[in-house]
Design a protein around this ligand. Sequence first.
Ligand code: FE2
Length: 194
Amino acid sequence: MPIPTPKPAHIVYRTRRFAEMLKWYETVFGTHLVYANDALAFVTFDDEHHRFAFANLDVIAPDGEADEQSPVGVDHVAYDLPSMRGLLEAWEALKTQGIEPYWCVNHGMSASLYYADPDGNQMEFAVDCFATKAECRAYWSGPEIGQNPVGVEFDPDNWLKRLRSGASEVELLAINLDAEVSPLRGRFEELVAS
Ligand SMILES: [Fe+2]
């Protein structure tokens, strides 16, 4: 029997940029501290007791390089959001603080902005392209996924402008299968290149 109804609750990161990471998550997720000592910090952005925790490797394991990461491991963690407009408004605000996505792509069942935190941990903020999860799941069995299994890149600035001039989210989120298949970006891209 599988674990019954597991829902994502929190993510723990090991870091050698303890203060910088806390600040970044505060800026991007609106987190506040619930508990911290020199070695560990716990933060949340909603009614969950903690959504992220950070282990300060400079205290726990002082010998080591700041960017030591291996090719295997977690690639990204994804967050499901209710509206593209809300996501793009946050994109615009974060950009003024120097925080920009490394990949903006419409996967067909969902469209996403991917960001990396100061340590290079990657995350995806995704908005479903269809009104129901059932329609999103059905996308896996349709012909479109075979034609373009990765997605089509989009310009968030262009999408926000179009939304502000009256375009609907449904219109924007409909994937254009004639457009170029996006390359994989982020650490995948780096690994392929190296
Ligand atoms: Fe993803």
